[in-house]
Design a protein around this ligand. Structure first.
Ligand code: HEC
Length: 239
């Protein structure tokens, strides 16, 4: 009993052991809550578009194959070859590696750009969503930008052109100082599409798993009801 209690307490606190002054979301008090939706096909396709335009130059998706992506996201063959893969030497059965692997071409940034296939599972969807929205101008950094969630991040603020620039106020809040090509709402939606896409990439089977889960639960509910009725019938005879 006592051992069980200690185990429960340890499990509860183990997720909360962070350096002083740090929350799960770096110097923010908490992450912005976001739970990815992998069932909206158009959102996943838009997310892929954002990924190809703004992320693929540095980050690979080394556990996802082009043809799996094509099948799951309903992408026509011609679009896959001509607009996404681009390089005729890459086959659709290859993994989505963009020639810039960890450690080499992004070394000039001071850190390598990690593979993003499993990032939403490592960091959590809310973390990634908040990270993408928390870049701000910081003249003391080599590339002029910093991030509240990952202080000292070597990733440049590649989203500034669509989000606009943010700065840190005296109180430590992010304030917008210039407009980007998207409104705040459009930018938010775009980041949601991107996180949805990354969550799909982390677990392509998740769409089926969540869909089937509902049927399995429905089956159990109906099965329990039938068994309960059967049990009632049988008990009548026993009495
Ligand atoms: C110019 C190259 C570059 C581009 C483009 C880029 N990143 Fe990064 N990214 C980096 C580097 C370098 C890091 C490592 C930062 C560090 O650890 O200091 C990083 C880190 C990250 C991390 C944090 C990983 C972790 O868990 O620590 C995420 C998430 C991320 N990038 C997502 C994205 C997304 C999404 C895009 C597209 C909108 C993108 N990046 C575009 C270079 C880039």
């Amino acid at each position: 009993m006592i051992r069980g209690l200690i185990f429960l307490l340890l499990t509860f606190f183990s997720g909360k052991l962070l350096p002083a002054g740090e929350s799960e979301c770096g110097s923010l008090e908490s992450c912005l809550e976001y739970k990815a939706d992998v069932h909206d096909l158009y959102s996943l396709q838009r997310g892929l578009g954002v990924y190809m335009n703004y992320c693929s130059s540095c980050h690979s998706l080394q556990y996802l194959r082009w043809n799996r992506l094509q099948r799951d996201l309903d992408i026509p063959e011609t679009i896959l070859q001509d607009d996404l893969i681009l390089n005729p030497e890459i086959k659709s059965s290859d993994y989505m590696i963009f020639g810039l692997n960890e450690g080499d071409s992004t070394a000039w940034l001071g850190a390598s750009a990690p593979d993003l296939t499993l990032r939403t599972r490592v960091r959590g969807e809310s973390w990634v969503y908040t990270y993408l929205k928390s870049f701000y101008e910081d003249a003391s950094r080599p590339l002029g930008s910093n991030n509240l969630v990952l202080q000292g991040s070597s990733m440049p603020n590649v989203l500034a052109s669509i989000q606009g620039n943010q700065q840190l106020s005296d109180k430590g809040f992010l304030v917008k100082v210039s407009e980007g090509s998207l409104t705040d709402e459009q930018f938010d939606n775009s980041m949601k599409d991107l996180v949805n896409f990354l969550a799909y990439a982390a677990e392509p089977i998740r769409r089926d798993r969540e869909k089937n889960g509902i049927f399995v639960i429905l089956f159990f509910v109906i099965f329990t009801a039938v068994m309960w009725l059967l049990n009632r019938e049988y008990s009548k005879d026993i009495k």
